[in-house]
Structure formats: structure tokens, C-alpha cells
Design a protein around this ligand. Structure first.
Ligand code: SAM
Length: 354
């Protein structure tokens, strides 16, 4: 049994659902196994595939929408075929700071900016950049964010029920569970995670908060488990019963569907002709959004879809990095044959020093 992956017992779940919950579980597992610094804690997924699909030899400027601790960025900047520059975004100040130290040796070739990728166009405008040659978005949370109990993403250790990726925003998961009415809460849980017992869970949350406001991760986990009639310590089927509820709250707190939609909607206007967009998602709702966006734009003649089927991790990567098991990457290419020539990155983008 030593090779049994932590999610092996998910077999009872429908296939799409298994993918949806794995990312959360795998992040939680890594917290038990590792006590490393942030950049070591998060192992980037599908790195070789990202390098191969972004057409780096002809790219003058790459936009990394989700820099995290800079894993993909470090690999791209170290690729001898890539001589251009990168703009790195993240809403999490601490991750961006980790990336900044990690990528410092690349000087002006990498610029970091704390921003939501939904507003990437404003960042490009600020810097006088009309178009980029590649856009990368590696969605969700990094392992170090999930592992930190103070962020409130995990039910394995007690912490404030926060779940904000961006601490400049005001609504936390505690605000949602204590303020929404029962129907709204049930709809939210179902919409973001397809949790079958969403109505029972919402009813249980509303009952519990009448006694006392729910403000911590472990109390919420206990309330969810007892509403479901599930034993929180049993981990039947290999997953904690509160997994889906936590996933739904995280997605709602960070407006994950909405920001992805904005990114996808704005990307074609800011991709240079021939430029590529690669999106890595970790659950089925996001993957469906990416797939249908790329298909629609292909029908409009705006994109060519490079990956007819999503790219997934090799068996070796799945074994080495549990997060990679649920990763799916889709890539599209902005149509227009006219701009295949390489531009001068620095002159073209008016970069400011960091
Ligand atoms: C999966 S990690 C990215 C890891 C990174 N690619 C690497 O190789 O280290 C996702 C990162 O995206 C950030 N993030 C999530 N949603 C975001 C958004 N809407 N705008 C900007 N950053 C976001 C998170 O804070 C997190 O640092």
C-alpha cells in the first residue's frame, strides 16, 4: 500500500468530482509532510508542458497572471530560448515577495505587480504595453497558502475563517457563513462544489450560528460534519467530509469564477497575433469555462485551439507531486499570421525598473 496516493479512495465519487476535490486534499497532505519555506513548499505543475506550449523562442513579453512563489516564472526565465521579459501578477503580497527574491537575479527581465488578473489590462496600460505574446494562468492556491492555518483554507488545523487570497478585500468566509440566509448559503455551496448535501449543511450552519458566530475553520468543519451526519475523524473514502464546503467558500470569497471570466474575456484583445494563452485549472467548473471560451472564440476566428484535449501530468509527475493529479492545461493561439516576427522587448514595452 505504500504507493497508494492520498486520493486513491475517491473512487466512489463521480470522475469530475474526484478531480474537483483532489487539489484541496493534496494541498492539505503536503502540510503534514513538509515544513519548508514557501517557494520549496509549492511545486509548480506541468512546467515542461508550459515551456513547450508558450512558444518562448518568439515571445518578447510573457504575462504570468498567477506568479505565486515564482516557480513557473523561474523556469521560463531560465529557458535559454526565451530572451524576452515577464510581467508577474499576484494578489497575495507575501507570495509576490517570495517570487521577488527568487527572481531578483533576472533584473529587469521580471517585473512583479500586486494585482488581480481580472485587471491585467490596467497593469499593461500603466506600463505602456499594448500586447503580450503569452499569457499563463495557473489557477487556485499555492501549497504554502493552504498549509498556513492563519489563511483559513484548511480544516486540518485551526485558524480564522478567512480564505482571502487578497487581504485588501473585505469579505471573509466568516462573513459569508454568518450573514447569508439559508437558501443563499445552500445555493453557494452547491454552485461552487456540487455538494449534494448543501441544503442540510446550510441548515446546520444557520442553526449553529444562532448559538454563536462561526469564526474558525475547525468549528465550521465540525458544524458541516454534524449537519451531514459524518464523522470528521473517519475520513471515509479518503476525504474529509467538509472538503467541498471549504472549496465552495474559497471560490466564493475570491470570486474565482468571475475573475476567470474577466481574464478570458480580455485576453484576445491583449494577445499579439500568434500569441498564446495557457490556463491550468484544478477543478471541473474552471476547466469547463476555459474549454467553452476557447471553443467559442475558435468559432469566431479569434483563436486556434492548440490543445484539443487538456494536457495532464505524466505518471512520473503525478507520483512526485500530488497537486499535479488534478491539473488540466488548455492552450489557445491568437489568430492572425501577420505578426510572427520577434519584437524588441525593452523598446516595445517601456519597462520601468522594479
Ligand atoms: C497555483 S498558485 C501559482 C503557482 C505558480 N505558478 C508557481 O509556479 O509557483 C496560484 C497563485 O495565484 C494567485 N491568484 C489566485 N487568484 C488570483 C487572481 N485572481 N489574481 C492574481 N493572482 C491570483 C494565488 O495567490 C497564488 O499565489
Amino acid at each position: 500500500m505504500e504507493d497508494t496516493p492520498p486520493t486513491a479512495h475517491l473512487a466512489w465519487l463521480p470522475f469530475a468530482s474526484r478531480r474537483s476535490v483532489r487539489a484541496l486534499i493534496c494541498g492539505t497532505f503536503s502540510s503534514i509532510v513538509h515544513a519548508k519555506d514557501a517557494s520549496e513548499q509549492h511545486v509548480p505543475v506541468l512546467t515542461a508542458e508550459v515551456l513547450a506550449h508558450l512558444e518562448l523562442p518568439t515571445a518578447a513579453c510573457v504575462l504570468d497572471c498567477t506568479t505565486g512563489c515564482g516557480g513557473h516564472a523561474a523556469a521560463i526565465l531560465a529557458d535559454p530560448e526565451f530572451t524576452g521579459i515577464m510581467i508577474g501578477l499576484d494578489v497575495d503580497a507575501s507570495n509576490l515577495e517570495t517570487a521577488r527574491s527568487r527572481l531578483a537575479d533576472h533584473g529587469e527581465r521580471w517585473t512583479g505587480r500586486r494585482a488581480n488578473f481580472a485587471e491585467f489590462d490596467a497593469v499593461l496600460d500603466e506600463r505602456g504595453i499594448d500586447h503580450v505574446d503569452a499569457i499563463l494562468a495557473d489557477l487556485g492556491t499555492s501549497s504554502n497558502q493552504i498549509d498556513d492555518p492563519r489563511r483559513g483554507f484548511s480544516f486540518q488545523a485551526d485558524g480564522p475563517l478567512d480564505m482571502r487570497l487578497d487581504d485588501r478585500t473585505s469579505t471573509t468566509a466568516a462573513d459569508l457563513v454568518n450573514a447569508m440566509n439559508e437558501t443563499e448559503l445552500a445555493d453557494l455551496i452547491y454552485q461552487y462544489s456540487q455538494e449534494r448535501l448543501s441544503r442540510r449543511i446550510a441548515r446546520g450552519i444557520c442553526r449553529a450560528r444562532r448559538e454563536q458566530r462561526i469564526t474558525t475553520t475547525l468549528r465550521l468543519a465540525r458544524v458541516v460534519c454534524s449537519s451531514m451526519g459524518a464523522d470528521p475523524t473517519s475520513h471515509r473514502h479518503g476525504i474529509h467530509p467538509a472538503t467541498r464546503t471549504f472549496l465552495a467558500l474559497r471560490a466564493a470569497v475570491n470570486a474565482e469564477d468571475d475573475v476567470l471570466m474577466q481574464l478570458l474575456a480580455k485576453a484576445p484583445d491583449r494577445l499579439a497575433p500568434g500569441g498564446r494563452i495557457a490556463v491550468i485549472s484544478f477543478h471541473s467548473t474552471e476547466d469547463r469555462m476555459v474549454k467553452s471560451d476557447f471553443r467559442r472564440r475558435r468559432a469566431d476566428g479569434v483563436y486556434e485551439v492548440v490543445t484539443r484535449k487538456p494536457i495532464t501530468a505524466s505518471p512520473a509527475e503525478r507520483d512526485a507531486n500530488p497537486r499535479a493529479r488534478s491539473a488540466k492545461m488548455r492552450v489557445a493561439r491568437r489568430t492572425d499570421k501577420s505578426a510572427e516576427t520577434k519584437r524588441d522587448p525593452i523598446a516595445d514595452t517601456k519597462m520601468e525598473p522594479r
